[in-house]
Design a binder for this molecule. Sequence first.
Ligand code: IMP
Ligand code: MG
Length: 180
Amino acid sequence: MPEQGLSGVLLSQEEIAEIVTRLGREITECYRDSDKELIVIGLLRGSFIFMADLVREIKCPMVTDFMTISSYGDSTISSGDVKVVMDLDESISDRDVLMVEDIIDTGNTFSKVVRMLENRSPASLRICTLLNKPSRRKVAVNIDFCGLDIPDEFVCGYGLDYAQKYRNVPYVGIYGGPTD
Ligand code: IMP
Ligand code: MG
C-alpha cells in the first residue's frame, strides 16, 4: 500500500538495494587504484539515506563530508537560485571528490555546486546520483555513476521530500498530492 499522498511505487526497497550495490561496485572499481584520498560528499538533505547505504558498499578507504545547498524552498520547481547553507568541513584540495545527490532534475543546483567545488582544486571530481530525470535537464551535468533514469514524475521517499515530508518512506514513490 503506498503511503498517503503517494500514488504508486517507483522503486521498491529491493530494487533500491540492487542499484546501491551496483553503484558501490562501480565506484570501488573506479577508485581502487587511486593514490589520492577519496572524499565522498553528500548534498543535504535529500542524499542522507542514499549516502548512508552507498558508503557501506564502497570498499576502499574514504572520508565523508556534507554540504547543504538550498534551491527549491518548498516548491516542486527549481528556482535556479543556489545558496550554500552549510559548507564542507574538509578541504577537497588534491583529493578525489565524489559528490552524492538524490536526484538530478533541471541540473541548475548541481551544475552550480560542481563549478564551486572545481574552484577548490580537487584531484578529480565525479558525480553519483540515485535518480536522474534527463527529460527535464536545462543545464548539462556529466553524471559518472547513475542509479536510474526516471520519467518526469515528482518522486518522494528514501530521503527525497515534498515540503520536507516523506523522507522516511523506505521506497521511492510517485507524489500524487497537490503541488504549488
Ligand atoms: P535541479 O536543480 O532542478 O536539478 O534540482 C535538484 C534538486 O531538486 C534535488 O536535489 C532535489 O532536492 C530536488 N528535486 C528534483 N526533483 C525532485 C523530485 O522528483 N522529488 C524530490 N525532490 C526533487
Ligand atoms: Mg535535494
